[in-house]
Design a binder for this molecule. Structure first.
Ligand SMILES: [Zn+2]
Length: 186
């Protein structure tokens, strides 16, 4: 017999020593299942549906930047949230992507079980694949609940990851310009 997601949560509550029949917990398995499904809804999305043709011809070959994109994800090791910001940039070669699409690409990968390094890489590769850009840069700064609430309990450490492709990797000037524009250069 396979259990449904709410039934699994009910079992988890019992394993923790709780009484799933007490008033406050009666609907918890159902609510927790629904919340978890929402937090993982990126599995039901794909790049084609997200982009949905919002790729426009443009002569612009200057860096396009979207910074401070709110990011909520779940670490795949502890199923605990990590929360932060993503900054993305690319250098178009004839095609630009609707700005909201950049944010939606970030979201699609964030709403899966992740480690921050892979999340950063997947976002960069997806933008590269869709735009055929001359370069793509992604920086993520995030705080991990698995570090803050358990384990080493480091409350103030932020993890930074970055992936630089093409021009951002090859040209120091381009990379510095990007880091300056997102306020990360010294
Ligand atoms: Zn973790």
């Amino acid at each position: 017999m396979t259990l449904s997601l709410p039934q699994h949560y009910r079992e988890i509550l019992k394993s923790l020593g709780e009484d799933p029949e007490r008033e406050g917990l009666l609907d918890t398995p159902k609510r927790a299942a629904k919340a978890m499904q929402y937090l993982c809804h990126g599995y039901e999305q794909n790049l084609d549906d997200i982009v949905n043709g919002a790729l426009f011809t443009s002569d612009n070959d200057e860096m396009v930047i979207l910074k401070d994109i709110e990011l909520y994800s779940l670490c795949e090791h502890h199923l605990l949230p990590f929360i932060g910001k993503a900054h993305v940039a690319y250098i178009p070669t004839g095609k630009v992507l609707g700005l909201s699409k950049l944010a939606r690409i970030v979201d699609m990968y964030a709403r899966r079980l992740q480690i921050q390094e892979n999340l950063t890489r997947q976002i960069a590769d997806a933008i590269q694949q869709v735009t055929q850009a001359a370069g793509v840069a992604v920086v993520i700064e995030a705080r991990h609940m698995c570090m803050m609430m358990r384990g080493v309990e480091k409350q103030n450490s932020t993890m930074n990851t970055s992936v630089m492709l093409g021009a951002f990797r090859e040209s120091n000037t381009t990379r510095m310009e990007f880091l300056q524009l997102i306020g990360r250069s010294k």
